[in-house]
Design a protein around this ligand. Structure first.
Ligand code: PLP
Length: 429
């Protein structure tokens, strides 16, 4: 049941007030939990001692194999990354005490931005406090400040992009996921002189699909549009130095704005865009998420910088990661699980109902000491609930074996699942 369906009729019947608001909230939460659509999470503590694939469950002290982190390469526990943060926190303290444009910019902030620009082969980069804030703020600014801009956005774009676009009130056209024909049809309908921005991702986080970047770039050229590419799930993972799928395909230069995060493969936190000096300056002067938020602590910036340096030469780690992804995916596929996409390092296993997905997660956790979070709406459509598995290079064969056996047992116990047909394309591993 949607939020509107749960709340709207009651709102119409009420005259407002605090009690009513609380009742409506309780009602909505009851519906969510009754349908098992609610988000449940657990205190699972990571430690340098156990490494990036095994966490400790606070409530029981048990060690749990984790298969759903976006710390794809385990960089959050890299000794040198930790050391970089520790050195700076000792020397400079924790918070910056200010937004970037007052007294919250350290020399490290500039160092990181220069390093990011170089990493993506761009003139300049701008760091934000998270990838979410970055997307939301940048797209808001572009849509709001460029008169007549039309934003063409993939239907599966992340909520941070969708929100930025909606809030900007720019005219938007949503094209079908990864469908260049639909995108071209939309571009054709627009007058050539209208400013246009195509917004898409390289790796789609919940589906694991990969966008046809070369084709989108060709269309952008033909129809004179700017491109904004979210490489959040690809940074660190693809391309000779890990700069993403656009680097792997050799089309980095064709993308006007590359957006990324430090929060996934780089193992820290924060977001950024790499682009032209002009666009960077425009964002500095206009982006609310940049202007009005206390800047990231220098220790985090130092850790991100260190992680970026390491990731650029982490060829062997990327190879080991791909080998593990391949291994897990092949095993699950051969055991009859419905692997919804095979295009990237993200392995979505179809379940198809929130209740079943919740049951799967809880059974894996309680019986097998394995954690794979159930993915539910609004992250995915209702009826497309799934387990999203993200192997790390550090997962051992024994852990892979345990996952396989646990999922096989689960499959025998759960009611038969509908087949999910997917036609997916992309870089592949
Ligand atoms: N873009 C995509 C595609 C994402 O999946 C996410 C987060 O999951 C973000 C942006 C936001 O990045 P961050 O986690 O750094 O806020």
């Amino acid at each position: 049941m949607t939020l509107e369906q749960t709340m709207a009729p009651s709102i119409a019947e009420t005259s407002g007030g605090r009690v009513i608001i609380e009742q409506l909230m309780e009602q909505r939460l009851r519906v969510l939990s009754g349908e098992q659509q609610d988000r449940r999470f657990f205190a699972l503590d990571k430690s340098a001692e156990l490494g990036p694939t095994r966490y400790t469950e606070r409530s029981t002290g048990r060690t749990i194999d984790v298969w759903c982190t976006n710390d794809y390469l385990g960089q959050s526990l890299s000794g040198t990354v930790i050391g970089a943060a520790r050195d700076v926190i000792t020397a400079c303290g924790v918070g910056t005490g200010s937004v970037r444009s007052i007294s919250g910019t350290t020399s490290l902030h500039f160092d990181l931005e220069r390093a990011i620009a170089e990493f993506h082969g761009k003139q300049a980069a701008l760091v934000f406090n998270s990838g979410f804030i970055c997307n939301e703020s940048c797209l808001y600014v572009l849509g709001k400040c460029i008169p007549g801009l039309v934003i063409l956005s993939d239907e599966k774009n992340h909520a941070s992009m969708a929100l930025g676009i909606i809030n900007s009130r720019a005219e938007k056209v949503i094209f079908r996921h990864n469908d260049v024909d639909d995108l071209e049809a939309a571009l054709k309908r627009l007058p050539r002189e209208r400013p246009k921005l195509i917004v898409f991702e390289s790796v789609y986080s919940m589906d694991g699909t990969v966008s046809p970047i070369e084709k989108v770039v060709a269309l952008a050229k033909r129809y004179n549009a700017l491109t904004y590419l979210d490489e959040v799930h690809a940074v660190g993972m693809y391309g000779p130095t890990g700069a993403g799928i656009s680097q792997e395909l050799g089309v980095q230069d064709e993308i006007d704005i590359v957006q990324g995060t430090f929060g996934k493969a780089l193992g820290t936190i924060g977001g950024y865009v790499a682009t032209t000096s002009l666009i960077r300056e425009f964002l500095i002067q206009h982006a609310p998420g940049f202007i009005f938020s206390t800047s990231m602590p220098a220790c985090i910036i130092a850790a991100s910088l260190q992680s970026l340096r390491e990731i650029a030469s982490a060829v062997e780690l990327r190879k080991a990661h791909r080998a593990n992804v391949q291994k897990v995916r092949t095993l699950l596929d051969s055991d009859g699980h419905v692997v919804m996409s095979k295009a990237s390092h993200i392995i979505p296993v179809f379940v198809g109902s929130a209740a079943l997905a919740t049951r799967a997660t809880m059974t894996l956790l309680e019986r097998h000491r394995i954690f794979v979070q159930a993915i539910k709406p609004p992250s995915v459509k209702q009826g497309e609930e799934r387990l999203r598995i993200t192997p790390l290079p550090q997962h051992s064969d024994a852990q892979i074996g345990r996952l396989r056996d646990a999922l096989a047992e689960l499959r025998r116990e759960l009611p038969p699942l509908a087949r999910h047909e997917t036609t997916l394309e992309g870089a592949g591993l």
